[in-house]
Design a protein around this ligand. Structure first.
Ligand SMILES: [Zn+2]
Length: 107
């Protein structure tokens, strides 16, 4: 178990690797790829730059999740719309699974 999962986005047809982590603010996985700088530490990840997720329904209920991950901790910035806004918490273990997960040392 690790905090970051390394996955291929689409099996076979897509070779690009993505990394997934569970966001405790949104209670779902957020993903990033090699456009982010990742220290390759799956237990104490440091990733930059920040993550900014935005969603809306019917153009009304806007949701924002904006975070930094450093040393296995996730810091939520003040523009988040969820309950962890302004808090820094430990990044949880990523217990999600998928068929196309790859080993951390596999390219
Ligand atoms: Zn989030």
């Amino acid at each position: 178990m690790a905090k970051i999962r390394k996955v291929r986005r689409i099996p076979k047809s897509e070779t690009k690797v993505q990394y997934h982590f569970i966001c405790p603010g949104c209670n779902c996985e957020h993903a990033f790829d090699d456009r982010w700088k990742f220290n390759q530490d799956f237990e104490r990840p440091t990733i930059s730059p920040s993550f900014l997720q935005k969603g809306s329904w019917n153009g009304k209920h806007k949701q924002v999740c904006h975070s930094f991950i450093k040393n296995g901790m996730i810091q939520f910035l003040g523009d988040c719309t969820h309950r962890l806004k302004g808090h820094t918490v430990a990044l949880p273990e990523n217990h999600f699974t998928s068929d196309y997960e790859v080993e951390p040392n596999e390219e």
